[in-house]
Design a protein around this ligand. Structure first.
Ligand SMILES: Cc1ncc(COP(=O)(O)O)c(C=O)c1O
Length: 92
């Protein structure tokens, strides 16, 4: 049993998964596979994916060939993975 389903059975359902992408303060970005896996997980449990992309324009090591490039959650065709993606890009 996963933590998500256990909490639901306890009557304290989880409503969303929050991704902070790029990560603050490290500036690392999630690989596309991780974002898609997060969407599928959210779809499985019928919860929202909140993608906090506030720092999308402040990515470190863009010249590092090993660095994962930033990909917005909005880049993906949501209908293929999930119905409830909310992308947040705003001023702090
Ligand atoms: C990842 C991330 N999203 C959003 C915010 C904005 O939060 P707040 O408006 O509460 O300052 C911050 C602030 O540091 C942040 O690090």
């Amino acid at each position: 049993m996963t933590g998500c389903s256990r909490r639901r059975d306890e009557g304290m359902g989880i409503r969303a998964l929050l991704l902070c992408d790029p990560h603050n303060p490290l500036g690392r970005c999630y690989p596309r596979d991780t974002i898609i896996a997060s969407m599928r997980l959210c779809s499985k449990y019928g919860i929202h994916l909140l993608s906090d992309e506030l720092y999308a324009m402040l990515i470190y090591d863009v010249s590092n060939k090993d660095a994962v490039p930033f990909t917005s959650a909005l880049f993906f065709d949501g209908s293929e993975y999930i119905q409830k993606t909310i992308c947040m890009c705003f001023m702090a």
